[in-house]
Design a protein. Structure first.
Length: 295
């Protein structure tokens, strides 16, 4: 914007500015509801996968590479082994979402605890633990993931732990910064003055205030872990076949990209929209938290 445009915006009355903000919210609200509907549908299908009238994800149900949109219930066609793409997409989403949510929660819980301990005790504890966090952050994430997954057998628990460790240092840093904001507030100082234990102050006075800002970035972290899981699966270090995930479905489809590109595009499109809508919700939550903090 030019200086003149900035001046015009600055000279607007509060009523005009509020009306503009309302228009922005109305424009963004449909996208938000689409995001909620998409993620709700994906999550519900993944949760109810064993009870849905769909074929097994390991059993061939027709000829290989059957084109999509021809027959129900296999309207997404079949893969190179004649297995249902729809079934593999739903069951693959089940594992992808479980790994992404589980690893995010592991990183959130462990990182929050580490950050609160660093920010509350400070001094030697902060320096020693912070040095370990910095060392872990110094390594390229993909290299760390490949080393851990190669050393361990690829499975859901392995991916949960390794991907959870990937985001733990970031949560620790954010938690530490949030703790430093609250640790010298009057109610914390008063609790110390009246002889409250460190455990009581941390659990009852600090934790609720510290983790609230971290919750606002959780949807974005879930999206990041989903990308990481898809990258590992694409490189052959994710879920072992025949168990599907969106990442290994994309990887398997690329081998026949010239013959049946739809085998790559279908899981790639589902993964793209899921990540996109997670970011939409994450941005909405973050903006609402900032507005609440400013008010």
């Amino acid at each position: 914007m030019t200086e003149g445009q900035l001046g015009a915006v600055a000279n607007q009355s509060p009523e005009v500015a509020a009306a503009g903000m309302g228009r922005t919210k109305r424009v963004n609200r449909p996208l938000l509801w689409v995001a909620v509907a998409w993620l709700g549908a994906v999550g519900l299908l993944a949760l109810l996968a064993p009870f849905l009238p769909i074929a097994s994800y390991v059993t061939p149900v027709g000829p290989p590479r059957m084109a999509p949109f021809n027959d129900w219930p296999e309207f997404l066609g079949t893969d190179s082994q004649g297995r249902s793409v729809l079934s593999r997409l739903i069951y693959g989403g089940r594992d992808t979402l479980a790994i992404s949510l589980g690893a995010s929660l592991i990183g959130f819980v462990v990182g929050s605890i580490i950050g609160i301990v660093m920010g509350y005790f400070r001094g030697v504890v902060d320096r020693v633990v912070g040095f370990g966090v910095d060392v872990f952050l110094a390594f390229p994430p993909l290299v760390v993931l490949l080393l851990l997954v190669t050393a361990l057998r690829p499975s859901v628990p392995t991916l949960l732990v390794t991907l959870g460790l990937l985001v733990t240092p970031s949560f620790a840093r954010l938690s530490r910064g949030s703790t430093l904001v609250w640790v010298d507030r009057p109610f914390v100082i008063a609790a110390r003055t009246y002889g409250a234990s460190n455990w009581r102050i941390i659990t009852r006075d600090l934790t609720g205030n510290v983790i609230l800002p971290l919750l606002t970035i959780l949807p974005i972290v879930i999206a990041v872990i989903m990308i990481a899981e898809g990258s590992l699966s694409f490189l052959g270090f994710g879920m072992p076949p025949p168990r599907p995930s969106w990442g290994n479905m994309i990887s398997a489809g690329t081998k026949e990209l010239r013959i049946t590109p739809v085998l790559t595009f279908i899981p790639a499109i589902v993964l793209f929209f899921t990540i996109f809508f997670l970011n939409v919700i994450g941005e909405r939550v973050r903006s609402r938290f900032e507005m609440a903090g400013d008010s």
